[in-house]
Ligand binder design. Structure first.
Ligand code: FPP
Length: 263
């Protein structure tokens, strides 16, 4: 197979009729996975990184166009220094190990979140991989790092305020579409499906603005054990759902109710 063919070919399985354009995942349960095995928490994160690899690969093969993974929340900075250091090291390992595959598979890598607290070495790796995968057109892999949904909204409001003060935009005609452009996720459609693992039923400050009409799916599996079968069940469940965005009848993913009457 020529390299060009490999970059564009998808192996979309027959059961998958309508993959979500944008899938977001709250990867939870690494610590509990390790605890059950009497292992240190970092062992759970290490296995969690393996589950990330499998998930990215399946999403790429199955035609998910955008995949956003909650890899490190703003609140995660409160964890012990050794755990934070281990997570940062795993992230660097991941980028080192996956960069060439991302390029080969035309996966564009980027992050959302507040980069100011990230260690310089991690920041440099992120910037390098963002640059080297910039041309990827098959899938966007977006890691939420040092991320808080509320902080993202506040930062957007501040940026909007600056534009108003500078006279670049009128203060009284801000639409939802205008506001989208101030968010870290500018240019990315909102998630169609959000999966959270480990049996918790919370949003935990993830993509608060963007998930207004997102379908939610909760899987009791601990993240390190999340595999293709779990992803398949979630996608099957998703494609059975009727998305109405507050209006009557079925509206397909992509317009997120922008055209629909919201009630
Ligand atoms: C939640 O488990 C998970 C995290 C805080 C981080 C997710 C990190 C990974 C999956 C590994 C590294 C990521 C990449 C992209 C290489 P938890 O520790 O909160 O679990 P618990 O609730 O059972 O304690």
């Amino acid at each position: 197979m020529s390299p060009t063919a490999d970059r564009t070919t998808e192996e979309r399985p027959p059961w998958l009729l309508k993959p979500p354009v944008h899938l977001a995942i709250i990867m939870d349960g690494n610590g509990r996975w390790a605890k059950k095995r009497l292992l240190p928490r970092v062992a759970g994160h290490r296995q969690g990184a393996q589950a990330v690899r499998k998930t990215v690969s399946a999403c790429r093969a199955w035609g998910v166009r955008y995949l956003t993974l909650y890899a490190f929340s703003w609140e995660n900075w409160k964890r012990s220094r050794p755990e934070v250091d281990a997570l940062m090291a795993l992230l660097e390992d991941y980028l080192d190990g996956e960069e060439s595959l991302m390029k080969e598979k035309a996966i564009r890598f980027r992050t959302i979140g507040n980069r100011s607290r990230l260690p310089l070495s991690v920041l440099k790796r992120i910037e390098a991989v963002e640059e080297s995968t910039r041309a990827g057109e098959a899938m966007d892999l977006i890691l939420a790092l040092s991320y808080s949904g509320r902080e993202e909204i506040l930062a957007a409001v501040r940026r909007f305020g600056e534009d108003v003060r500078a006279g670049r935009v009128p203060p009284d005609r801000l639409s939802e579409e205008d506001f989208d452009r101030y968010l870290d996720t500018a240019g990315t459609p909102p998630p169609d499906l959000l999966i959270r693992t480990s049996g918790e039923h919370r949003i935990s400050n993830f993509l608060l603005w963007q998930i207004a009409y997102t379908e939610l799916y909760f899987d009791p599996v601990l993240w390190p054990d999340f595999g293709e079968e779990n992803l398949k069940r979630a996608l099957m469940d998703y494609q059975e759902r009727q998305r109405r965005f507050g209006a009557e009848g079925d509206i397909h993913s992509g317009d997120h109710g922008r055209e629909a009457e919201k009630v």
